[in-house]
Design a binder for this molecule. Structure first.
Ligand SMILES: [Zn+2]
Length: 663
């Protein structure tokens, strides 16, 4: 079952009825990952209007909107900004290096960040009230580098539209009120161009002129490495980086943002082929001008370069509290096993529980983009490295070959590209292990863009004298492992042997595994397996710890079938669902004109709940707005429009009720 309860039309109508925003249809991203306009090199995939006059066509007329979205049901949704809709939206492009902390200046306070916001493919949209009687136009980078304003005559792409990256636009904290658009921003936008530049004597002499004051002037950020000199010519590809480094040095020497802008402008024309745009020069001057000209602490990193690629070896960064709270950190993407990059997960089992087989099942699915609940939802194919420290290539191949047959041709193509197998072997005459060949493993991970590493198993991967020693495990396993996870920006999933007997393991929770407790403590996810597949027993998989994705622990039962796949047999609920919750879930699938009576529900759930409990639950659900009663005694699920729009707008997948699925 894959029920998308809300259509794009529902969302569009709700923007009008709930918020008073004018909407319009936009091109979308098709199943071929291309813009639906069909142009191979569409400059604005999924973002340009389907109608002739663009944002001028934006409408609050229900009939018009229905006509559009009946004609193009999958169209992305544009919301017109400006006085007509009463909103102004900031587009913070984090992918290009925008920091929302650059929005804090003057009397601006942090409540600007509690306003409804939308996660886009590249950053965030912040929605504000349109200030009365003031003309806010569209502009680029005038409030901060890569922070654009969408005002009068503009529009933004709104949830649940699909971004060119394949991600859906999603609301965050949309239950908040729209915040006021601060006066300091209005002043800044209305100031004469070139906007962020100030050349006052004050600014030049002590670096705390109007613009420098915008940034954390008391905060010392290390300048770029010494020795950066202006070359005679800078070609495309290194213009921004070179000019940023030079700007950093100028700032370090005490120049104001205005002076830096002036200097860069001249040098840009002189040495850059072709010269960078004025906007980009302004970004650079703005971004370095925010920092106090001070003595370096550590010349290693250049955190001022807005276009620098992520540096996974230098991720440490100090923040002033105000900056820290204002900074928008990207949410961690969950890759699989309930963890994301730089997280560690561990799966613990006794011999013959089938954990190697389960790891192979899951790893192949993740590489192929095939869902394997509850460990991997099939969000996207993930680049996997599977280190098997226990088995020879022939054995691994035979097993994977048996499993391989279930995949579709499309999945096979992904699998072929995304699954790296490293069976047991020698390196330099030594058995390959992580603690002796860490550098090689790191290079493999880095060069292949590996995101998720599966290791079977801990004790074979590391040379340990005593795996029960916390001190030894910390020194030889945990520290190098964390380093690998950070420098490679990848997640690790480890298999770990139990030493204990089965009856000692039950209810042992995260500490069921043999060996040092340090390993369990380090892991963000701990999963235990009980059972013996060699006896044909079903295997219980218990998630005893789950830190990263905020989900609940669970227990499930699988059976290893002849096809070498673990099939879910039934689902053991950690906590029994109430009649209220059970019926609420069920009724999501009963949508008008389909209806049921209380008697129907009693028949359906009498095995689980008493008649009175079912009746009471129905009454409460109706009172709470989860049910509708289109006619006497007839109930259906409430269309979750008002509650779900524009807040809580999960992608369609979230409506899939996997908890009740039984295979
Ligand atoms: Zn297009």
């Amino acid at each position: 079952m894959n029920t998308q309860v809300l259509t794009n039309l529902d969302f569009a109508l709700n923007y009008v009825s709930e918020w008073g925003w004018a909407v319009m249809p936009l091109h979308s991203i098709g199943s071929d990952a291309k813009c639906t306009c069909g142009k191979v090199d569409c400059p604005s995939p999924g973002k340009h209007p389907l109608t002739k006059n663009g944002s001028l066509d934006a409408s609050k007329d229900f009939a018009q909107i229905e006509a559009w979205f009946k004609q193009w049901p999958e169209a992305n949704i544009g919301i017109a900004t400006g006085p007509g809709s009463g909103i102004v939206v900031l587009d913070v492009d984090m992918a290009k290096g925008a920091h929302s902390s650059s929005l804090i200046f003057g009397d601006v306070d942090l409540t600007i960040f509690t306003t409804p916001k939308v996660k886009t493919g590249a950053g965030l949209h912040f929605y504000y009230k349109y200030p009365a009687g003031i003309d806010i136009k569209n502009s680029a980078s005038r409030l901060g580098p890569f922070i654009d304003v969408r005002g009068d005559g503009g529009y933004v792409v709104a949830p649940p539209s699909i971004h060119a990256s394949g991600k859906r636009y999603e609301f965050q904290n949309s239950h908040s009120e729209l915040a006021e658009f601060p006066k300091d921003w209005i002043d800044k936008l209305q100031a004469q161009a070139p906007p962020p530049v100030s050349t006052t004597a004050n600014g030049a002499s002590n670096g705390t002129g109007p613009v420098a004051a915008a940034g954390p002037a008391s905060f010392v950020v290390p300048p770029p490495p010494p020795g950066v000199v202006m070359p005679d010519a800078i070609s495309q590809g290194s213009r921004n980086q070179t000019l940023t480094s030079v700007a950093g040095r100028l700032r370090h020497g005490g120049l104001s943002e205005g002076a830096i802008y002036a200097a860069l402008n001249i040098e840009n024309q002189r040495v850059c082929t072709p010269p960078l745009g004025d906007d980009e020069i302004r970004h650079i001057a703005f971004s370095v001008g925010r920092y106090a000209p001070q003595t370096p602490i550590d010349p290693a990193a250049d955190p001022l370069d807005p276009n620098a690629p992520p540096d996974h070896e230098n991720t440490l960064r100090p923040y002033l509290f105000r900056d820290f709270m204002a900074q928008v950190f990207e949410e961690k993407e969950i890759l699989g096993f309930h963890i994301g990059k730089r997280d560690i997960a561990i799966i613990q089992a006794a011999t013959n529980a089938g954990k190697t087989t389960l790891l192979r099942n899951i790893g192949m699915c993740m590489a192929a983009g095939r869902p394997f609940e509850p460990f991997y939802e099939g969000m996207r194919p993930v680049k996997i490295a599977y280190f098997d420290f226990e088995n020879d290539a022939q054995d691994v191949q035979r097993d994977l070959g048996q499993m391989f047959t279930v995949f579709t041709p499309g999945e096979v193509r992904e699998l072929e590209e995304n699954y790296i197998v490293i069976p047991k072997g020698l390196m330099g005459g030594e058995l390959f292990q992580f603690n002796t060949h860490e550098k090689w493993a790191n290079e493999l991970i880095e060069k292949n863009g590996v995101e998720f590493i599966i290791v079977d198993n801990v004790s074979a991967a590391y040379d340990l004298n005593d795996e029960n020693s916390n001190a030894e495990v910390t020194k030889k396993v945990i520290k190098p492992l964390l380093k690998m996870a950070y420098t490679g920006n990848c997640a690790f999933l480890f298999a770990h042997h139990y030493g204990k007997k089965k009856n000692e393991l039950e209810h042992a929770g995260v500490h069921a595994g043999r060996g040092a407790s340090a390993l369990q403590a380090l892991s963000r996810t701990v999963i235990n397996m009980f059972g013996d597949v060699s006896k044909g027993e079903p295997v219980t998989v218990e998630c005893a710890k789950r830190k990263t994705d905020g989900g609940q622990n669970y227990t499930r039962v699988f059976k290893l079938e002849a096809d070498r796949w673990f099939h879910a047999t039934h689902y053991v609920q950690a906590e029994k669902l109430t009649a209220y919750k059970t019926i609420r879930r069920h009724m999501v699938t009963v949508q008008y004109p389909e209806t049921v009576t209380k008697a129907d529900l009693i028949t359906l759930f009498e095995a689980e709940f008493k008649e009175d409990a079912i009746k009471k639950a129905v009454d409460e659900l109706f009172k709470d707005g989860f049910l509708e009663k289109p006619s006497h005694g007839q109930y259906c699920g409430a269309k979750p429009k008002a509650a779900a729009v524009p807040g809580d707008m999960p992608p369609a997948r979230n409506y899939v009720d996997t908890d009740e699925k039984e295979d």
